[in-house]
Design a binder for this molecule. Structure first.
Ligand code: HEM
Length: 416
């Protein structure tokens, strides 16, 4: 595939992606890990949210938040978080008592459970399996990475966070939906709004004609997979309705464009602060895979998720009424000293053990292979094409900020 024309408006991409402007916890600058350690030491489960329990007073919005009418509980050790996400009966993605209008997000498979969730997920799962990764790399990831580096290579400096990291997953997932580079930022703006408000109208305006076109003339892309997918329900087989396709697309475009860029930034910062890992990856590109795995364990970009309790249960001596939200804190679980030695240290040499950065169980991240592929491909190309890549000594050093969505303030680099 030829290199895409990268006409992303720099001011708009900064406005949409700069974490410092994120109203939902972006301004949270404290390192949450010491406080999450202290909470875990006093008990694996606590009443309250993972944010309020460590003094965050801003607006809370993420899966199962804010929902002030429900009781909230948070878990901080690996064993409890793992048990919560693997539970299929007691803790689920949908509330036992749904009410009110449901956004596009809330209608997607992310909030389905059991057999229905399995049936929807298996429609797209094959496109995200390891065997399909070369398809993603050749069609969308490599052309985007190459064109982006071309656009700034001669400058000798860049803020990789928004100029590079933010653009790659956005253009990859949009490319796989047949969405043009020109419309990509409108799609990002719409999905950042959570599936409600005026962005949804623009989202529909962009997606509808593509879905129609692919229904009659499929191409080799992900939206064609959805447009042609057949669902078997109650003994009958039917193609997905427009509403199903739109909520599916919303979930994939939102999860695909909103997570990987922050994890890529976190990985780059970890490497730039420890240049021996840039050297190690230059000598042996296979090392990058271990680096990405360790970055996800050490500082997962989305460190807290949620589940609804369907029964009254007692966990670690704490009563959790049905209808409560229980938040497994994946970030804290990934640094549980009962599972990892020196858990606060970034050490890609450590023995690999399953962690919760991509969740686990039935809802384990659908895009985990794609995310790893995007990060590895992008960083490998940077290292190869920009010799002497290092943090810009004249710029403010990057900091990892945010609460429910974590990532770097900036990734200012120079090379040559
Ligand atoms: C580094 C990047 C990423 C991280 C850290 C991440 C993290 C996660 C986590 C933790 C979950 C499980 C949520 C839970 O337990 O409640 C999840 C689910 C999901 N992710 Fe990702 N994700 C990433 C990238 C992606 C990408 C690139 C895509 C798609 C293009 C994607 C699509 C999804 C979907 C569709 C689900 C819901 C799966 C289901 O309900 O069965 N993610 N992700």
């Amino acid at each position: 595939m030829s290199a895409p024309r990268l006409a992303l408006d720099p001011a708009r991409i900064r406005e949409l992606f700069d974490l410092r402007r994120n109203p939902l916890g972006g301004g949270f600058e404290q390192d949450p890990y010491p406080a999450w350690h202290r909470l875990r030491e006093s008990g694996p489960l606590h009443a309250g949210t993972a944010g309020r329990l460590i003094g965050f007073e801003g607006p809370e919005s993420f899966f199962g938040l804010p929902e002030p009418e429900r009781p909230h509980f948070s878990a901080f050790d690996f064993g409890t978080c793992d048990a919560i996400v693997r539970s299929r009966e007691v803790f689920r993605m949908s509330p036992p008592d749904p009410g009110g209008d449901r956004s596009l997000h809330q209608l997607s498979m992310l909030t389905m459970d059991g057999e229905r969730h399995r049936r929807y997920r298996e429609l797209v799962q094959p496109s995200f399996n390891p065997a399909r990764m070369p398809w993603w790399a050749e069609n969308w990831i490599r052309p985007t990475v190459g064109a982006l580096i071309d656009s700034f290579e001669s400058n000798g400096r860049a803020d990789l966070n928004v100029e590079f990291c933010a653009a790659i997953p956005l253009l990859t997932i949009c490319g796989s939906f047949g969405i043009s580079v020109e419309d990509a930022l409108d799609v990002r703006a719409a999905v950042s709004g959570g599936g409600q408000g005026e962005g949804v109208a623009r989202f529909m305006e962009i997606l509808r004609p593509i879905v129609e076109a692919r229904r009659s003339e499929p191409r080799d892309d992900l939206i064609s997979v959805l447009a042609r997918a057949e669902l078997r329900e109650e003994g009958e087989t039917h193609v997905l309705s427009d509403a199903d396709i739109l909520s599916f697309s919303f979930l994939l475009l939102s999860a695909g464009s909103g997570t990987t860029w922050k994890q890529m930034g976190i990985t780059l910062v970890a490497m730039l602060e420890r240049p021996e890992w840039i050297e190690a990856a230059r000598r042996d590109p296979a090392v990058l895979e271990a680096i990405v795995e360790e970055s996800a364990r050490w500082a997962p970009t989305d460190p807290v998720f949620g589940r609804y309790s369907w029964k009254d249960v007692t966990l670690h001596g704490i009563d959790i009424p049905a209808g409560s939200v229980v938040h497994p804190c994946y970030g804290a679980a990934n640094r549980d000293p009962a599972r990892w030695e020196r858990p606060d240290e970034f050490d890609p040499r450590r023995r690999s053990r399953a962690n919760l950065a991509f969740g686990r169980g039935a809802h384990v991240c659908l895009g985990k292979n794609l995310a790893r592929m995007e990060i590895v491909t992008a960083i490998a190309a940077l290292i190869e094409r920009l010799p002497g890549l290092r943090l810009d000594p004249g710029a403010e050093p990057p900091r990892i900020i945010g609460l429910y969505e974590r990532g770097p303030t900036a990734v200012p680099v120079v090379w040559g």
